[in-house]
Design a binder for this molecule. Structure first.
Ligand code: SAM
Length: 285
């Protein structure tokens, strides 16, 4: 392999990609954006040297970030997506027949534009859906000033470096608390726990003062290297998280769309955390 693109997330270890064809590369004013083709993973997008999404495994992350909160809530009409510029979360949210309106707050228009052009199957036309309102803004500013209420809020951000850093702050979580409707659910991308355990504990500490029920769920996403990917979960009503797997299996079968990773049993099992994560967050909340 030559001219490798080496991920910059960790100082002394990381994954490397052979770029067979660089489709786009630019410093967007917010971050360094590169989209390239790779024999193993198809088209890949990196932001500031960190893999964000690949054609081959994006379905795992986007289905788990979307269908766990959406099927837990059950009647989500108004959804807020923070980040998510590749459009994968938006595509999955719009599959739910209850959804009447989605606001997506993305800081970098270039990510949306380039992903529509070079990763078209991620959004699959979702950005043109009449239910969608795209806002180009910093997510922390939006939720801090927001007067609307949302049933599900999904923070599909980069890692807490660069523009993504503000989406892991108490200020952001306080803003989310203020615009989450009654019985609402908040979930967020929260890093690979074996490599970024401090992200889990910091998020736990910052969410706890805002929400009655805070925990994490997980899925293994192959190109988020280092083990399971954790997703933060927060709501004011712990009962929302309690699901009956049999009943959920019936609901998901009747939902009217197929999934490739998510199912009722995987949903339930995803909240089973490794002991080192439970020990680190003190207790199962
Ligand atoms: N799945 C990826 C992951 O887990 O790392 C995230 C993918 S998505 C491309 C991340 C998005 O968050 C990018 O489009 C980026 O521009 C956006 N973003 C980063 N910081 C942001 C902020 N403060 N407000 C809104 N969007 C932000």
């Amino acid at each position: 392999m030559k001219n490798l693109l080496v991920e910059s997330l960790y100082p002394s270890w990381g994954q490397a990609y052979q770029p067979d064809d660089v489709l786009f590369e630019s410093q967007t004013g917010h971050q360094h954006l590169v989209i390239f083709k790779n024999q193993q993973w198809g088209t890949v997008m990196m932001l500031d040297g960190v893999v964000q999404t690949t054609e081959k495994d994006e379905f795992i992350y986007h289905e788990m970030m979307t269908h766990v909160p959406m099927f837990s809530h059950g009647q989500a009409k108004r959804v807020l997506i923070i980040g998510g510029g590749d459009g994968g979360i938006l595509r999955e949210v719009l599959k739910h027949p209850t959804v009447e309106h989605v606001t997506q707050v993305e800081i970098d228009q270039a990510v949306i534009d380039m992903c529509v052009q070079y990763l078209p199957n991620h959004s699959a036309g979702a950005f043109d859906d009449p239910r969608v309102n795209i806002v180009i803004d910093d997510g922390v500013d939006f939720v801090s000033e927001c007067v609307e209420q949302f049933d599900v809020i999904i923070s599909d951000s980069t890692d807490p470096i660069g523009p993504g850093e503000s989406l892991f702050t108490s200020k952001f979580y306080q803003g989310v608390q203020s615009c989450l409707a009654e019985n609402g659910v908040f979930v967020a991308q929260n890093g690979v726990s074996f490599m970024q355990l401090d992200e889990v504990t910091t998020t736990q500490q910052r969410l706890k003062p805002c929400f009655n029920d805070v925990t994490f769920y997980a899925a293994a996403v192959p190109t988020y290297v280092g083990g399971i990917m954790t997703f933060a979960w927060a709501s004011q009503n712990p009962e929302i998280r309690q699901i009956d797997v049999e009943a959920l299996a019936t609901i998901t079968e009747q939902a009217g769309f197929k999934t490739r990773y998510y199912n009722a049993a995987v949903h339930a099992a995803s909240f089973a955390l490794p002991q080192y994560v439970i020990d680190a967050i003190g207790e199962l909340s």
